[in-house]
Design a binder for this molecule. Structure first.
Ligand code: MTE
Length: 314
């Protein structure tokens, strides 16, 4: 079990949405029906952090992790190397105004504000399992846009086989970027068919509200069948590429972290087994859970990897 000490500037427990309150609010929004896409994002600087979104059947029946766990046990190396560091160290980070550069092998490259990138789409909420390579997991109601719908607007060329993503580089607000713990900016990539798969989300919120800084504000990737490190945060550029892009973790340690990073209980990490996982919020004596192939999404995505050697292309 995690024991946490409240710091002076942490949100008060009364300010944090409990799972119960969250689920009630969700039921209320679902009852309210569809919401116009144009109204889905709060205006920059608005006091409200609430998002309007369409609910979807994704993840019905999964037990959602506590918001507190999902927003205080993070990996965001730009801010801190430990798990409770990102929430504390990212408070001064201002994710608006924000712009994203779209480029590479596409017919409509350009620089778009966060609002222009997201507003044409209807936001959806999807409850997905999330499995970190470090063998912890959680279940989160993400709010976002299918990445494929967003990418199509930029008319990728036929030669585009991959999509490459980059995080903001700003060592003044992301203090660990002054160190060499990783090569900055953080980079990730997907094969085009993975990026266009309807499960892949460009996420702008969680638990019905805009993303907290520590979870990758203002926009991050969620690919639910891959280990968490593929889910790059605070994205500033999207490039269509003909060659497989270099990624942060596979550059830092290619023996341990591959390009694919598909959740696979049968392919061990060189230093630990990937067969089981600890769900955030579970007590010390709760048994670990079995990890599912492709994190439980095999029926939707296993065909993408047919014939591929899982031990070589991990
Ligand atoms: N993106 C950036 N830019 N920097 C990071 O350090 N960490 C990755 C991924 N995206 C990371 C990142 C890892 S290792 C994980 S497990 C997830 O973010 C964690 O996401 P969460 O903090 O929302 O749970």
């Amino acid at each position: 079990m995690l024991i946490r000490h409240l710091r002076a500037n942490d949100p008060k427990p009364s300010e944090i949405t409990s799972r119960h309150a969250y689920l009630n609010r969700r039921a209320f929004m679902a009852a309210g029906g569809a919401v116009l896409a144009g109204a889905a994002l709060p205006a920059a600087g608005a006091a409200s952090r609430r998002l309007d979104f369409a609910t979807t059947p994704h993840g019905a029946g999964l037990e959602v992790s506590d918001r507190e766990d999902a927003t205080t046990y993070n990996n965001f190396y730009e801010f801190a190397l430990d798990k409770d560091g990102p929430a504390a160290e990212s408070k001064a980070f201002r994710p608006r105004p924000w712009s994203v550069r779209i480029g590479g092998a596409c017919h409509r490259p350009g620089d778009l504000s966060f609002e222009d990138l997201i507003r044409p789409h209807r936001l959806e909420e999807r409850i997905y399992r999330f499995r970190c390579v470090e063998a912890w997991s959680m279940v989160v109601p993400w709010v976002g846009v299918p990445l494929g719908d967003l990418l199509k607007r930029f008319e990728p060329m036929g030669s585009a086989r991959y999509v490459a993503f980059r995080t903001l580089f700003d060592p003044e607000v992301m203090p660990m970027q002054k160190t060499g713990v990783l090569e900055w900016p953080y980079r990730e990539g997907l094969r085009m068919d993975e990026a266009m798969h309807p499960l892949t989300l460009m996420v702008v919120g969680m638990y019905g509200e805009v993303l907290p800084n520590q979870n990758g504000a203002p926009l991050r990737l969620i690919v639910p069948w891959k280990y968490g490190f593929k889910c790059i945060k605070s994205i500033v550029s999207i490039d269509f590429a003909e060659e497989m892009p270099r990624t942060t973790w596979s550059t830092a340690n290619p023996r341990e972290y591959g390009f694919y990073a598909n959740v696979d209980p049968e392919v061990d990490h060189p230093r630990w087994s990937q067969a089981r996982e600890r769900r955030l919020g579970d007590g010390l004596f709760t048994p670990k859970r079995d990890t599912l192939y492709l994190n439980g999404y095999a029926d939707r995505v296993a065909h993408l990897y047919a014939g591929m050697d899982r031990n070589k292309l991990f």
